[in-house]
Write a protein that binds this ligand. Structure first.
Ligand code: FAD
Length: 381
């Protein structure tokens, strides 16, 4: 069968795009550079928003519910200032999809891959795309093996170093912060009995901002390096500080470490001049993990891209999803400004809020929410 749409990349965004396309009656073909069994290490995107669970249920009935069931939803989140609690909120379990679930990106990708397989969506593994070009009436894709594929449209979900984007001559615009963050995955070997997300301003032992996020199978520890501190050196001393960061774990075993900087970059265009190639996910925008906008907004792109292909509304897709990406970048900038607090008045405001929090809960709520940036609809479709 000839594909009506070619999806480049079998990451979470590409697999979602393929499922969305198939659910709308299109015939997708996925081309992926990796081999099927290549390992993808690390937790990476953990936090799956309710809006994303709904998208997944819409493109593959039952998938969102399965993701929610396999993930972990914590009932409490807490924020501490130099070891003193300034905010705590607990959520009773509710009806319907949970507000979020936390599971490693690799586990989500496995579920997406299974859903593609049971929908009969063909995926060609080990098939790296070198170029995709639109032209009147369709698009042509060339792969490193010399194969050529033709289709009505291409949805490029080939990640941050997108060869498709580069081939179209589309630039990434925006900034990357110089401040480094270190991510450490720790395998506890068991599901935490009472999982909770904890954010520490000035962790009393580490004297840095530290975020602790549970997921099914372990914990993720996100440490904000001090200005001019080298994340690699902090990683080298992990044995000294890790037990202080997670004193509640008896035998933490490090399974993955990674350093990152806040990326706030958006492609200068989300489509080619013919409206035949659509960019989605990290091929189109780079966002930091805080706020969990990267993968969640990428899956919203994927669903929107499939609708745009079916409805012949690519220009609108390009305009709306680019605007959403810019809103996410603005939110990420606000989160970063709060985390770094470079100005004296920001530091004074935070310290004052920490002092006022026991008497004025709104101050604690602000300290709890601000590291993630404002809540937005931009991650949704
Ligand atoms: C440390 C870290 C923590 C993160 N935490 C979060 C988080 O908490 N929440 C969140 O929402 N996001 C988070 N992210 C971001 C998240 O991982 C990305 O947003 C997500 O992976 C993007 O998905 P994607 O499908 O667009 O790209 P990718 O996951 O990069 O997938 C791209 C796919 O395309 C394939 N490919 C590449 N080039 C080609 C080619 N030429 N031809 C064919 N195939 C190709 C790749 O092999 C890959 O399979 C985090 C990222 C990192 C690094």
């Amino acid at each position: 069968m000839t594909a009506s749409v070619i999806v480049v990349g079998a990451g979470p965004v590409g697999l979602s795009a393929a499922l969305a396309a198939a659910s709308l009656g299109l015939t997708p073909l996925v081309l992926e550079a990796r081999r099927r069994d290549d390992e993808r290490p690390g937790s990476r995107a953990l936090f799956v928003h309710r809006a994303t669970l709904r998208h997944l249920d819409a493109v593959s009935p039952g998938l969102g519910a399965r993701v929610a069931r396999d993930g972990l939803t914590w009932g409490t989140h807490r924020t501490l200032w130099a070891g003193r609690e300034v905010h705590r909120r607990s959520f009773p379990p509710g009806e319907g999809p949970p507000p979020f679930t936390s599971l490693p990106q690799t586990a989500l990708e496995d579920l997406l891959r299974e859903a593609c397989e049971s929908s009969g969506i063909p995926v060609l593994w080990g098939e790296a795309v070198v170029r995709a070009a639109g032209r009147p009436g369709g698009a042509l894709v060339r792969t490193a093996s010399g194969a050529e594929h033709r289709a009505g449209h291409v949805i490029a979900c080939d990640g941050p170093r997108s060869a498709v984007r580069a081939g179209l001559g589309v630039a990434m615009e925006g900034a990357t912060s110089s401040a480094e963050f270190l991510v450490v995955d720790v395998d506890e070997g068991a599901v935490p009995a009472a999982p909770e997300r904890v954010f520490h301003y000035r962790h009393p032992a580490l004297r840095r901002n530290v975020l602790l996020v549970p997921f099914r199978g372990g914990w993720r520890i996100d440490v904000q390096c001090r200005p001019d501190e080298d994340a690699a050196r902090l990683t080298g001393r992990i044995g000294d500080w890790l037990p202080l960061a997670v004193p509640h774990l008896r035998a933490p075993r490090v399974t993955w470490t990674s350093a990152y900087r806040f990326q706030q970059r958006v492609a200068s265009a989300f489509t080619d001049p013919y409206g035949r190639v659509l960019l989605a996910g990290e091929a189109a925008h780079l966002l930091p993990p805080f706020g969990a906008r990267g993968m969640n907004s990428g899956i919203a792109d994927a669903v929107a891209a499939a609708h745009a292909v079916r409805d012949d509304a690519v220009r609108r897709y390009a305009h709306e999803r680019r605007r959403a990406a810019h809103r996410n970048v603005t939110a990420a900038a606000s989160a970063l400004g709060h985390l770094l607090a470079p100005r004296l008045r920001q530091r004074v405001a935070q310290r004052t809020a920490a002092l006022a929090a026991p008497l004025w809960p709104a101050a604690g709520r602000w300290l709890d929410a601000a590291p993630y940036g404002p809540r937005l609809r931009a991650v949704r479709y």
